[in-house]
Design a protein. Structure first.
Length: 179
């Protein structure tokens, strides 16, 4: 990776932080991956969550969630590595252990020209879409309730005078018999 490319990625990360798509701690983790864990001239950054947390000045849980968020945004891709370890009296037993993860910055995150495509509204919309069931339009229950309310008002044939008095009480304090 060239220094210009690293600068483009850093500029993109600063823009995402400025638009509050990522928080400052996630930005610190991304900067740590980009400038402290990546060797000069190489595309891959390699480090454990403990090393990322220590170098970025955040907790281990925040480092894990920041890496996950950067992956969801398409800024990095993460690859896990497993090691086979021989152990025992004569090294005849083997066990699998996880080695440090490898992170690669993707090209798609910096190819947008000018401002990033994320805004506060688009982030909120994506969160709403994430929480809604698959295939269901968002706010479906609200739309259905308003449609039912409109149908009930139309079926009763209420006049505009009764809109200010929706429960049918007259000005005398007695129930209006016309409703």
């Amino acid at each position: 990776m060239t220094p210009q490319r690293a600068g483009q990625i850093a500029t993109h990360l600063r823009r995402l932080r400025g638009f509050r798509v990522i928080d400052p701690l996630t930005y610190a983790v991304a900067e740590t991956l980009l400038f402290r864990l990546r060797r000069a001239g190489h595309d891959l950054a390699r480090g454990s969550y403990d090393a990322i947390a220590r170098l970025a000045g955040v907790g281990r849980t925040k480092a894990k969630s920041a890496v996950r968020q950067l992956g969801e945004l398409g800024i990095i891709t993460k690859a896990t590595h497993r090691l086979l370890v021989r152990w025992g009296w004569n090294k005849c037993l083997t066990a699998s252990r996880q080695d440090a993860n490898t992170y690669e910055f993707t090209a798609a995150s910096t190819e947008v020209a000018g401002r990033p495509t994320f805004t506060r509204e688009s982030k909120k919309e994506s969160l709403l879409n994430k929480k809604s069931p698959a295939g269901a339009p968002k706010h479906d229950h609200l739309t259905a309730a308003l449609a039912n309310l409109g149908a009930a008002i139309a079926a009763r044939g209420r006049s505009t005078a009764n809109i200010n008095n929706p429960i049918g009480w007259g000005s005398t304090g007695r129930r209006d018999s016309s409703i």
